[in-house]
Write a new protein. Structure first.
Length: 326
């Protein structure tokens, strides 16, 4: 996993993401990656995400997306300035996106606001203090990406700014196996493999919408269920030393089991295929984990198929106040 940490500044309502340069949990120095600023509005909260540590605004050329919550802080939408790949099951774009033709502008220039992911927290109607239940629908990542040989469609060399891409490569001597991972791509959604695409159609992984266009089911992530520790009298997750302080914000995300699409109306029921469950380690492989290590410092570790931008946005949702969950 790629190990990062987030520094929070409550006085400025800002959050800065850094790449860890050592294995230590509490570190002051790291390679800056992204920043975010919380903006409270009447009916929602927004987190503006930028590639600049100081200039964090939607009007900046370094603006790459945002996270927006509902009033209760239980549902969040991640917006990307870049459109996803053609096969993604992405909700309709907003008005700001329709003003631009993304094919006619530079890929480095923000061209709109595309809904690429949704994060939801289960309503806690009983008022219990149990762990949060988290569910993430990654509209721009196909479910097949976590399978052997799976990929995320896109063209990262056209989306990731050259300077930032080079900065990752320059650090390859530190941890080549972990840093030079596809997870460092900010774009989630622009790869394409024709052979994989055809095999997925044959296997039923890709469905077709009302217009007959091929659409692949999105990846769904859910939080790993913690266990109750009788002696400590608390809910526990094994972060392998990367989290040191118990907090309701801490979480680990794994891929939810994919469900086959329902048969078309009038079509005969498909013959069930022999069950081939994935090995237990694959089913429980942690894709993103986030947790507290000091008052205003948190670790964020993630792996492919997530990008740094997606992982950061999802972790920002944990900072927001959840009126119905706590």
């Amino acid at each position: 996993m790629i190990q990062c940490f987030i520094k929070r500044d409550k006085s400025k309502s800002t959050y800065h993401l850094y790449l860890c340069l050592t294995n230590a949990v509490l570190v002051e120095n790291g390679k800056f990656l992204l920043s975010a600023k919380r903006i409270r509005r009447t009916t929602c909260t927004e987190y503006v995400i930028s590639m600049d540590a100081e200039n964090i605004s939607r009007s900046s050329s370094t603006y790459i997306g945002k996270l927006r919550s509902n009033f209760l802080g239980t549902k969040f939408i991640v917006y990307d300035t870049q459109p996803p790949y053609n096969g993604a099951l992405v909700p309709p774009v907003g008005r700001s996106s329709r003003r631009f033709n993304s094919k006619k502008v530079s890929p480095k220039v923000p061209s709109g606001s595309y809904n690429i992911a949704q994060v939801s927290y289960e309503l806690n109607v009983l008022g219990t203090r149990g762990p949060r239940r988290m569910n993430c629908i990654m509209h721009s990542i196909p479910a097949s990406s976590v399978e052997p040989g799976g990929v995320v469609p896109g063209q990262p060399d056209q989306i990731m700014p050259r300077a930032l891409e080079d900065s990752f490569r320059s650090m390859s001597s530190f941890s080549k196996s972990s840093i030079m991972d596809r997870s460092t791509d900010f774009s989630s959604s622009r790869y394409f493999s024709s052979s994989r695409f055809l095999s997925d159609i044959a296997g039923g992984v890709i469905s077709r919408d009302e217009d007959g266009e091929s659409k692949e089911r999105p990846l769904v992530l859910r939080n790993k269920v913690p266990r109750w520790h009788e002696q400590l009298q608390c809910w526990c997750l094994n972060f392998r030393g990367r989290v040191t302080i118990a907090s309701v914000k801490n979480f680990q995300l794994i891929a939810a089991p994919s469900q086959p699409p329902p048969p078309a109306a009038g079509a005969p029921a498909p013959t069930p295929a022999p069950s081939q469950p994935a090995p237990a380690p694959e089913q429980d492989k942690i894709i993103l984990q986030f947790g507290k290590v000091s008052k205003d410092m948190f670790t964020m570790d993630y792996r492919y198929p997530l990008s740094a931008f997606q992982a950061f946005a999802m972790c920002l949702s944990s900072f927001d106040t959840k009126l119905a969950c706590e």
